[in-house]
Design a binder for this molecule. Structure first.
Ligand code: AMP
Ligand code: ZN
Length: 115
């Protein structure tokens, strides 16, 4: 685990977070600066800098991340109205933490195209 990685530290519970899901492979927690009524981040244990480094070998893990996000959407009752899953890659997309994460965003209408 890279020593400076914030999300590795959250996975290792070295940095506190408002966790909403945890198993051996995946943790989900509330975003510290929410931009929607529901804003949860889902991360894998494995340190992968971004979606750009994913390979077919990550397929099951990636599907599980999305399944966890879907389950949280169901719990928060935003599945009917809809929600958005976002992976930011690189500075122009606004990526600030270089450990793979998917944003679960919902609870309000969202514009398209995104800003
Ligand atoms: P991104 O900009 O796609 O890399 O997303 C990183 C997200 O992590 C941002 O939405 C931040 O608000 C969020 N974030 C940064 N530090 C923390 C933290 N300590 N706990 C929870 N969320 C965080
Ligand atoms: Zn990491």
């Amino acid at each position: 685990m890279p020593e400076e990685c914030l999300f590795c530290k959250i996975f290792a519970r070295e940095v506190p977070a408002k966790e909403v899901f945890r198993d051996e492979e995946i943790v989900a927690f509330e975003d510290i600066r929410p931009v929607a009524p529901v804003h949860v981040l889902v991360i894998p244990k494995e340190h992968i800098p971004s979606v750009h480094e994913l390979t077919p070998a990550h397929g099951v893990m990636l599907a599980r991340m999305i399944q966890v996000a879907n389950g949280i959407a169901d719990e928060r009752k935003i599945d009917r109205d809809g929600y958005r899953l976002v992976f930011n890659k690189g500075p122009q997309a606004g990526q600030t933490v270089y450990h793979l994460h998917v944003h679960l965003l919902g609870g309000r209408a969202m514009a398209w195209p995104p800003g």
